[in-house]
Design a protein around this ligand. Structure first.
Ligand SMILES: [Zn+2]
Length: 248
């Protein structure tokens, strides 16, 4: 009997690999991120291939290969059909999965990461109406921020990184390098001179700080309750993209 292991897994990506095979990148509940060979899946009629499409949740049986491990069997659990039918959802989910795949390293099992991404996908899949661009931006910001926090980039949003005092309304900045807010008076200090000139510092409005705190302190489902004006949404999106670019 071949050595096998079983796990539910989200398919993140699939690419061609050798003659008839594909290489499938998954995030599994039990073993974290893995790259596995799916044999014979380049053939049109392969039944296995349909259960290994990107953005599909499947139960996998993984077998030990001589080189890479390979997928012995896959049973489809969920294919997120509502996401697939809405272009905005496809766009934001693609962006989220791409970020997840870039940031998460192989062979570090973390069930919380599995729950994070599958819960977020459930929320997008269960939305009744088509996703607006604003809601897409907000949900993506939620996802990105939670993912970064889970990976150890939990930002300090309540106290000044430099002096430790509570952050007050007014002119504040965020240091991507140090992962938190620095007040205006502290930013003048010599130690931040280099940061100020090399980028990695972004001015953040009081509204943006409030939004970031809300996202950090609440679950995905709370995004529904938020009403964010266009200007604040733009600032939040810009913040999240800057944060991501700094880390990736
Ligand atoms: Zn300070």
């Amino acid at each position: 009997m071949e050595e096998s292991r079983n796990t539910p897994a989200l398919i993140l990506n699939r690419q061609n690999y050798k003659e008839n095979d594909t290489l499938v990148t998954i995030y599994s509940k039990n073993f974290g991120k893995l790259n596995l060979v799916a044999r014979g899946t380049k053939k049109m009629k392969s039944k296995l291939a349909a259960h290994l499409e990107p953005l599909v949740l499947s139960d996998l049986m993984i077998l030990k290969g001589r080189g890479r491990d390979y997928i012995g069997a896959a049973v489809l659990r969920k294919s997120y059909l509502n996401i697939r039918e809405d272009l905005n959802r496809v766009y934001y989910v693609g962006k989220a999965i791409n970020l997840f795949n870039r940031l998460v390293k192989e062979e570090h099992p973390d069930e919380r990461l599995f729950l994070l991404i599958t819960r977020w996908l459930d929320i997008l899949d269960e939305k009744e109406n088509n996703l607006s661009k604003e809601d897409g931006e907000l949900l993506f910001a939620f996802f990105a921020f939670k993912l970064l926090a889970e990976l150890g980039y939990q930002p300090e949003l309540y106290h000044c990184l430099s002096c430790g005092k509570e952050v007050k309304a007014g002119k504040n900045s965020f240091s991507f390098k140090n992962g938190g807010i620095i007040e205006e008076t502290c930013l003048d200090k010599k130690e931040y001179l280099e940061l100020r000139y090399n980028g990695g510092i972004l001015a953040v409005s009081d509204n943006c700080i409030k939004l970031l705190r809300f996202i950090t302190d609440n679950k995905f489902a709370s995004a529904e309750k938020l009403r964010v004006d266009q200007k604040s949404m733009k600032e939040l999106s810009n913040f999240v993209n800057n944060f991501i670019n700094f880390i990736v």
